[in-house]
Structure formats: structure tokens, C-alpha cells
Design a protein around this ligand. Structure first.
Ligand SMILES: NC(=O)c1ccc[n+]([C@@H]2O[C@H](COP(=O)([O-])OP(=O)(O)OC[C@H]3O[C@@H](n4cnc5c(N)ncnc54)[C@H](O)[C@@H]3O)[C@@H](O)[C@H]2O)c1
Length: 250
């Protein structure tokens, strides 16, 4: 039986860990070839080896435009083009991010550089490749913190993710007539290395904000990314699609 992503050529940033890694595995299991972009070279080399011939490690720091351009070019050369771009790399500088009057400009800049400017660079060069292929799909990882004030004390992270939501919408408008759909996926509180700083007390408090009453698994967001990347989502663009256990619905 044909798989849903058969023949699709995808590039995924932040593919060394968490939801990006789960997306790489899911996309490959649905028939796609996947380029794994991450600053953690060892992680994507190991993941690509595990996934097999469908996977390619394309190391880059998303803050470095030349490196992102080269990673996209490497994927295009290996696969003959790109059909899907997933902008997902991000950081939450726990212990450093803070409310505004205590937030250093350095932490603000590092967060915005990776989460927003890095997302822009992956989209910029990825979309260039999608235009050359005649169309495709972009999926960007957003956050409830970019939509609501639900992460007090994480001012840089929240603002960077608000920027990502705006970027999704304007890219959807800019590229719809070029055959490129652009959507955001909005994970809630996820069980990934990024949330490793959460104390047991904070964990219990977070669960009270989630109707399903548990943290999400990376695979559960990867499934939504696969849908948004696939032709099943042919009439979906500009959407911010929650996969958050109901967190943003209440
Ligand atoms: N974990 C959550 O609860 C949660 C909730 C909502 C949104 N998100 C967002 O989901 C995305 C994935 O997060 P995750 O939870 O899977 O985190 P993770 O820490 O498991 O994975 C993030 C990946 O991004 C990579 N990365 C970091 N900086 C980079 C850079 N400069 N260049 C290239 N790669 C870089 C890391 O090496 C890592 O492999 C992030 O954008 C995050 O903000 C996470």
C-alpha cells in the first residue's frame, strides 16, 4: 500500500531531539526522505544512521545563514529537490529567561536569534527550494506561549514564539498562490528534553491546565506535522493547529 508521504522530500530543523526527531522518524515511516538539520551533529548523525537510507544529516546552526543555505542545498542535491520544510529548532533558556526588568539583552537576543530569526532563515531558504520544485508545504513549530500569556517569566521565549505565529500567517498569505501551504503546529506541555527543568511541583501545576491531564509525547505532535505536510491537508494553510491536550481551548 502506498504511504501518505511517498515521494516527498522533507527538511526538518531541530531534528536531533524531541519533536523534530519524532517528526523525522514519522515522515520516514510514511515514505518520505528526510534531511535532518540541527546544530547537534552527533545527534543527527546517530538519528540518520538509525532511520536508514531515507535520512540525511545536514548539520547547521539556524542562526548562520550560510550554514542554513548550505544545508538546504545539500538536501536538494541529495534528493533532487524539496517538497516539505519543517521549521522546528528552538530553545527555552530556563534559568536565564526572565520577566522584562530582569531579562538581559544577551538572553533576549540568543532566544530571538534561534527561535525567530533561525525560523525565518530555515523558511527563507526552504521556501526557495519549494518554489523551485513548483510548490510544497511548510510547518513551523509554534507555542501556546506565543498566543497567550501562559508562561509568565519567559518573556524572550514567549515573544519569539509570538513572532513565529506572525511569520506563519504572513508566509501563508505570501506563498498561497505559489502552491505553498504554510501552517503552524502548537504543541502544549510536551515530554521532551526542553521541559527537563520542570520540577515535580511545577509539573503537577501544569497538568491542572491541560484537559487531557497529561504531558504530550513527541510522537503525538509528529503525527500532526505529518498531516500538515501531507496532501491530506491540501486546503489547510495559515492555520495554527493545536496539539496540546486542550490547553489552549480552556
Ligand atoms: N517541549 C515543549 O513543551 C514545547 C512546547 C511548545 C513548543 N515547543 C517548541 O517545539 C520545538 C521543539 O522543541 P522540543 O521540545 O522538541 O525541544 P528539544 O530541546 O528536544 O529539541 C530542540 C532541538 O533544536 C536544536 N537546536 C537548538 N538550537 C539550535 C540552533 N541554533 N540551530 C539548530 N538547531 C538547534 C537542538 O539541538 C535540539 O535538537 C521548539 O521550537 C520548541 O520551542 C516545545
Amino acid at each position: 500500500m502506498a504511504e501518505r508521504l511517498d515521494g516527498k522530500r522533507a527538511l526538518i530543523s531541530g531534528a536531533g531531539s524531541g519533536m523534530g526527531l519524532a517528526a523525522a522518524e514519522r515522515f520516514a515511516s510514511e515514505g518520505a526522505r528526510v534531511a535532518l538539520l540541527d546544530v547537534d551533529e552527533a545527534a543527527i548523525a546517530a538519528a540518520a544512521a538509525r532511520i536508514g537510507p531515507a535520512a540525511l544529516a545536514t548539520p547547521a546552526d539556524v542562526r548562520d545563514e550560510d550554514a542554513v543555505r548550505a544545508a538546504v542545498a545539500g538536501a536538494v542535491e541529495a534528493f533532487g529537490g524539496l517538497d516539505v520544510v519543517v521549521g522546528n529548532a528552538g530553545v527555552q533558556l530556563a534559568g536565564q529567561d526572565d520577566r522584562a526588568e530582569r531579562l538581559s539583552l544577551d538572553v533576549w537576543r540568543r532566544t530571538v536569534d534561534i527561535n525567530l530569526t533561525g525560523m525565518f532563515l530555515v523558511c527563507k531558504h526552504g521556501i526557495d527550494a519549494l518554489l523551485a520544485a513548483g510548490g510544497g508545504a511548510v510547518v513551523c513549530t509554534c507555542s501556546p506561549t506565543g498566543l497567550f500569556g501562559c508562561a509568565p517569566g519567559y518573556d524572550a521565549y514567549s515573544a519569539s514564539k509570538g513572532g513565529v505565529a506572525g511569520l506563519v500567517r504572513v508566509l501563508a498569505a505570501d506563498y498561497a498562490r505559489s502552491g505553498i501551504r504554510v501552517n503552524g503546529v502548537v504543541p502544549g506541555y510536551m515530554d521532551t528534553p526542553m521541559t527537563g527543568w520542570v520540577t515535580p511541583e511545577e509539573h503537577d501545576a501544569l497538568l491542572t491546565t491541560i484537559p487531557l491531564g497529561r504531558a504530550g509525547r513527541p510522537e503525538e505532535v509528529a503525527a500532526v506535522m505529518a498531516f500538515l505536510a501531507s496532501d491530506d491537508a491540501s486546503y489547510v494553510t495559515g492555520a495554527l493547529w493545536a496539539a496540546d491536550g486542550g490547553m489552549t481551548a480552556v
